[in-house]
Design a binder for this molecule. Structure first.
Ligand code: GLV
Ligand code: MN
Ligand code: MN
Length: 410
């Protein structure tokens, strides 16, 4: 038995809603700060050197005696924040498994031949400020620091204000080439967010690629008016335009085997008995290749324009973030799969594409040698309180990660 269960039970209550059972761990809020505290104390109990980098990502270093501290490090970990009412596993499984794998490696007596770091990237979900993988994007120069500081969160505070309020320095945000250069490989373990592994009867998989994806903000402008006295033909109702866009997203994604989701809208004035003045709606779009993604977004934009024209309203479209197609390093992927198969954690390790974004993808985009391990999810459900992985598969994940850790550092 490894230390996974104990670590998991320490982290599990933090930020869980008593009403929904979902997690609300948003960057720089109380629950997320509590998760950070857990990370720091867990690392300190293990004698690791903990630091928060200039982009508020957390690092815990194991620098065994006698190694070259400047040698390229093996980095393992994931993230601790969640989407609104997210599941327990997306992110934390990778961080808890990293600590448990470290414990297992130490127990087995293996001493790495180079530095090892455990990492928890900040704001992977972008739930508060809208841009996913903000911590790794900032570190790699894929998110401009000024733009990040000015992002306005759901509570009206900018990222700079939210950081300052919690004792982080927003002036320090920005590219971190020295830290990036210290990473030899990054291996992120993550719950699978689909049913590939369960369908193939495998506990563990490795990532092949990440679909290109993006987030787009549609703002529909109309005229607020009385819901009872305004005749239907006199209205300028932006909700009608939004509805056209939502239907266009659904049919375009179905027809192209892509993904399009409007999962968040804001309505002003948000009154039952008023025609709205404004509807803001966020599209999350993903497709197997760049061209398919672009044509998907074009079709949704066209639907929005048709809806706006027919409802006497107008629409503006802003791209909030985009992430290109990413293929993981094949030699590392094969080595990781072989180490897992050799460990007995999983006999045959499937290679899977995913349509979910990850910090591993952001690092790989700038040339960091990166791999991902997936742990079976019996229902495939994710970004939901119902997200689940069986304890036996979580333990297999730790065994797999420990085998990869030992293999890559000997
Ligand atoms: C990250 O979880 C994503 O939204 O892909
Ligand atoms: Mn997620
Ligand atoms: Mn995740």
């Amino acid at each position: 038995m490894n230390s996974f269960d104990e670590l998991w039970s320490e982290l599990e209550p933090i930020g869980r809603s008593a009403t929904t059972g979902g997690y609300r761990r948003f960057v720089f809020d109380t629950a997320e700060l509590d998760c950070r505290e857990w990370f720091v104390s867990t690392a300190q109990q293990r004698g690791l050197d903990v630091e928060t980098d200039r982009n508020s990502n957390l690092w815990a270093w194991w620098l065994p005696d006698g190694i070259d501290p400047a040698a390229p490090a093996l980095v393992i970990g994931s993230h601790l924040d969640s989407v609104p009412d997210g599941g327990a596993f997306d992110g934390p499984l990778g961080v808890v498994s990293a600590f448990a794998a470290l414990d297992a490696v130490r127990t087995s007596g293996v001493v790495p031949d180079r530095p090892v770091a455990l990492v928890a990237f900040a704001d992977e979900e972008g739930a508060r400020f809208g841009i996913a993988c903000a911590g790794s994007r900032l570190m790699t120069g894929q998110l401009d620091a000024d733009k990040a500081r000015r992002l306005v969160g759901r509570d009206g505070l900018t990222m700079a204000e939210a950081m300052s309020a919690q004792g982080f320095d927003p002036a320090s945000l920005g590219p971190d080439p020295e830290r990036l250069a210290r990473i030899g490989e990054f291996v992120e373990l993550h719950i699978e967010q689909g049913r590939n592994l369960v369908d193939q009867g495998a506990a563990i998989g490795v990532a092949e690629s990440i679909w290109p994806h993006g987030r787009y903000r549609f703002t529909f402008h109309g005229v607020a008016d009385h819901a009872g006295t305004t005749r239907m033909r006199d209205r300028h109702d932006p909700m009608v335009a939004y509805a056209h866009a939502a239907l266009a997203a659904n049919s375009a994604a179905r027809e192209s085997d892509s993904r399009a989701t409007f999962g968040r809208i804001e309505v002003e004035p948000n009154a039952t008995n008023a025609v709205p003045s404004t509807v803001r709606a966020w599209l999350d779009a993903r497709a197997a290749d760049q061209q398919a993604l672009e044509s998907l977004v074009e079709r949704v934009a066209h639907g929005a324009t048709v809806g706006a024209n027919s409802s006497g309203t107008s629409v503006e479209l802003a791209t909030e973030s985009t992430t290109p197609l990413l293929s993981f390093d094949v030699p590392l992927r094969d080595r990781v799969a072989a180490a897992v198969e050799g460990s007995g954690a999983c006999d045959v390790v499937p290679v899977l594409p995913t349509a979910a974004g990850h910090d591993a993808g952001i690092l790989a985009t700038v040339g960091v040698t990166t791999a991902m391990l997936f742990v079976r999810n019996p229902t495939g459900i994710s970004h939901s309180p119902d997200e689940h992985a069986e304890p036996v598969d979580c333990h297999a994940g730790v065994e797999a990660l420990a085998a990869v850790f030992a293999d890559l550092t000997r």
